[in-house]
Structures are given as structure tokens and as C-alpha cells.
Ligand binder design. Structure first.
Ligand code: HOZ
Length: 426
């Protein structure tokens, strides 16, 4: 047994499934998880010192790679001043100003501690502003684990086979309507059925929790139009796409305005941070200005703000990060398609900028039913083969693959070579 396996045995005695978040238990790929001791650049190292090219990147925020000196130094400096005050700080103002500058359509920002919290709060705000109860989400989109959003949810809720959670009262989820991603007709039908009851439509502008699924031409624009027509708010959940597709996130990338935008870990450079943002008019409905309550001692935590501010400032000052990581994402997608073709393995690779995922299916993947045509056993075998060759991927089909600025051409080539060998063996 190696150290990860030994630790996993211990972990399972004291933690549910041995983990603090289900997908990390590697159940979807039928093996013991690697316990990560440290990470640097594009590499992570397990407890035995084995090195992997990492394409999980802490599920997105490590856009500059792990342990980037600029972020590390900012954190080290902040730690010296104290860990938490539960009081306003200068850095909160600075990061909010920066976000308002960089992200279209936001005038005010409320920091929280995770994407789940950001989305939960944005939904409350949308309901508070509109005085309506119903929300509309899409099958396979994941917006964290708050009650009303654990309906037909993606990510590990999907991989574990329980897209709706136990413990969520039916009375709460009766207000959650669902439509198929990319299906405007389905959304239109729901608005026609509940014309004055839908508070908001929430969407991952690029779905990245059923694997990566791109919005079809006109889909996001169509949502905008319908929200305007029926007086609902449009929420872009940019936990994955924010600061990744480009500095301004999906709103800038696709040229569609959201009323509320939610962010997660990427705003904290990997530290536990989330944020919900919107126009002054909407955001001033949040306490202490307005009647929508939300609070938190660790919101705007000074160390997390230092990390987030350092990363966002670096990204603003280095636009080449986006051209570079976007090109790498494209290169990798093409290399994977070519390798799959060489070995007659039906694979569909969806990719936008530095975000991608392969599905083990011969058909186009444009929604959850499409994603579910993927052969999950093949994904598990592919995952194991890649890991054995030193490439760490998401341990489940219904997640994304992230490329960072730290990934080098050599590492990409090694990844493509590993994929070629694994596809040959499938
Ligand atoms: N739901 C997250 C992935 N989409 C879980 C991440 C984690 O386990 O850290």
C-alpha cells in the first residue's frame, strides 16, 4: 500500500467517505484518491512524492498554476497583519473596485466564502427584488449545494447518481423549475406557464459540471430576452467561467448582460472566497441597505482578499495569460481528438479557451442527455491510465479539465502522448 492508500483507510474511519467533498473520493473511477502533499506550477505531488501534471487546478482557480510567487508573497504579507478581524479592510475595497472595473455590468460586490454561498445569496436577492418564488435552472448545471439548487444538479451530485439530495424538503424544491441546457423552447414553455412567478434564471454560461458543454449560438442571448420580457433576473454563475474565459468572464466573452453574477474560488486565487455582484439598484437591496439579509464573519477575510487581489491584479496586467492558456486549451483538445481518431475511440472533446473535457461518445454533447451518452467505464479506464502516466485529471466524467498559464509545451506534449497510449489500450 502506498501512503495515499494508507491515509485513505485512516480517513474513512473519521470522515464520511474519507473526504470533505464527494468527488475527491474517486468513487466514479473506482480507486483510492491521491493525497496531495504540495503543488507547484502545473505539477502536484502526492504523499509518496509522485509527481503529476495537474489539470484539476483546484477546480479552476489556479489559472496561473500552483504556488505562484505573486500570490504566495501577498498571502505571506497579509498573514503577518492578522488572520481575521470581522471588520472592513482596505483590501476589500480594492478588490471590489478592481472587479467593478474588469467585469461588465457590475457596480457593487458582496464578498462571501464560497460559490455555494454566493449563489444561495444571489437567489435570495433575486427573490427579494422580484417578490417571486420560482427559479429556473438547467439540467446538469451545478450551482453549489444549497437546498433549492440541488435539483437535477451536475458535478458529484450527478456522478454519485443522486442529482437531487436527501434532506431537501419537497416544499422548497417545488419552486425550482428545470429545463434542458441549450433548449430555448423548454425555457419559453416554462415562462409561458409561470409568466409572473419566475424570479430568476440561473445558468452556467458555459456548463462545466456535466463535463464542459458550450452554449449554442443565441442561447444566452435568448435567456436575456426572455428574462427581460417576463421581468425575471438573469444570473450568470461564473464560478468556473469568471476570470477564466477572459478577464470579464462570460458576459464579456459572449456579450450578454447578466443582472447578477456569482463568483467562487477564482476570486480568492484559490483561497475560500465567493462573491455576488450586480447593479447598484439590485445590490442595494442587500442588508444593511435593503431588506435581503446575508452576513458572515469570514466574508472579505483579509488573507483571502490579499490572495484574490494579487491574482486579479496580475491577470489584469498580463493579458497574455489568456491568449496563452486559450491556445494551450485548443492545442490539447485537438491533440486528444487526433489521438482518439488514430485509435478508433469515439471521443467528443468540448473546449472553450482553457476549459475542456473529453466525452467517451461519438455524438455531439450539447446538454445533459448528450453528456450521459458518455461511456463512464471508459472514462474511468482513461483516468486510471492517465494517472499512471503522471497526468491528474478530474476523477469523474462530469467535471472539467483546466489548463493554466503554468502548463508548458513539454507538459502538454507529455499529456497528449499519455492520451495516445491510453486510447490505444482502451
Ligand atoms: N463540486 C466541485 C467540483 N465541481 C467539488 C470540488 C472539490 O471537491 O473540491
Amino acid at each position: 500500500m502506498d501512503k495515499s492508500e494508507l491515509l485513505f483507510e485512516e480517513a474513512q474511519k473519521v470522515m464520511p467517505g474519507g473526504v470533505n467533498s464527494p468527488v475527491r473520493a474517486f468513487r466514479a473511477v473506482n480507486m483510492a484518491p491521491r493525497f496531495i502533499a504540495r503543488a507547484d506550477g502545473a505539477y502536484e505531488y502526492d504523499e509518496d512524492g509522485k509527481k503529476y501534471i495537474d489539470y484539476v487546478c483546484s477546480w479552476g482557480p489556479m489559472i496561473l498554476g500552483h504556488n505562484h510567487p505573486v500570490i504566495r508573497e501577498a498571502v505571506e504579507k497579509a498573514v503577518k497583519d492578522g488572520l481575521s478581524f470581522g471588520a472592513p479592510t482596505r483590501r476589500e475595497v480594492e478588490i471590489a473596485e478592481l472587479m467593478v472595473d474588469l467585469v461588465p455590468n457590475i457596480q457593487e460586490v458582496r464578498m462571501v466564502n464560497s460559490g455555494t454561498e454566493a449563489v444561495m445569496s444571489a437567489i435570495r436577492l433575486a427573490r427579494g427584488v422580484t417578490g417571486r418564488d420560482k427559479i429556473l435552472k438547467f439540467h446538469g448545471c451545478y450551482h453549489g449545494h444549497s437546498d433549492c439548487l440541488l435539483v437535477s444538479a451536475g458535478s458529484s451530485a450527478l456522478a454519485g447518481g443522486h442529482p437531487s439530495s436527501a434532506g431537501v424538503p419537497v416544499d422548497i424544491v417545488k419552486h425550482t423549475l428545470t429545463a434542458q441546457y441549450n433548449d430555448m423552447g423548454g425555457v419559453e414553455a416554462l415562462f409561458a406557464e409561470y409568466p409572473d412567478q419566475i424570479a430568476c434564471v440561473i445558468v452556467e454560461p458555459v456548463a462545466a459540471n456535466m463535463g464542459v458543454v458550450l452554449p449554442k449560438e443565441g442561447f444566452l442571448q435568448g435567456l436575456r430576452k426572455l428574462c427581460d420580457q417576463y421581468g425575471a433576473l438573469l444570473i450568470f454563475d461564473e464560478v468556473i467561467t469568471g476570470f477564466r474565459l477572459c478577464l470579464g468572464g462570460a458576459q464579456a466573452y459572449y456579450g450578454v448582460k447578466a443582472d447578477l453574477t456569482t463568483f467562487g474560488k477564482i476570486i480568492g486565487g484559490g483561497m475560500p472566497v465567493g462573491a455576488y455582484c450586480g447593479s447598484r439598484e439590485v445590490m442595494e437591496q442587500v442588508a444593511p441597505c435593503g431588506p435581503v439579509y446575508q452576513a458572515g464573519t469570514l466574508s472579505g477575510n483579509p488573507v483571502a482578499m490579499a490572495a484574490g487581489l494579487a491574482q486579479s491584479t496580475y491577470l489584469r496586467d498580463h493579458p497574455e495569460v489568456y491568449t496563452d492558456s486559450g491556445e494551450k486549451g485548443k492545442w490539447l483538445a485537438e491533440a486528444m481528438r487526433a489521438a482518439a481518431k488514430r485509435h478508433n475511440v469515439p471521443v467528443t472533446v468540448n473546449q472553450v479557451e482553457s476549459l475542456l473535457s473529453p466525452f467517451f461518445t461519438g455524438q455531439a454533447v450539447e446538454d445533459l442527455p448528450g453528456a450521459q451518452t458518455s461511456d463512464l467505464k471508459r472514462y474511468a479506464a482513461y483516468f486510471a491510465g492517465m494517472l499512471q502516466r503522471g497526468v491528474a485529471l478530474a476523477p469523474a466524467q462530469f467535471e472539467a479539465m483546466f489548463v493554466s498559464a503554468a502548463h508548458t509545451r513539454e507538459q502538454l506534449e507529455a499529456t497528449a502522448q499519455a492520451a495516445d497510449e491510453v486510447f490505444a489500450s482502451l
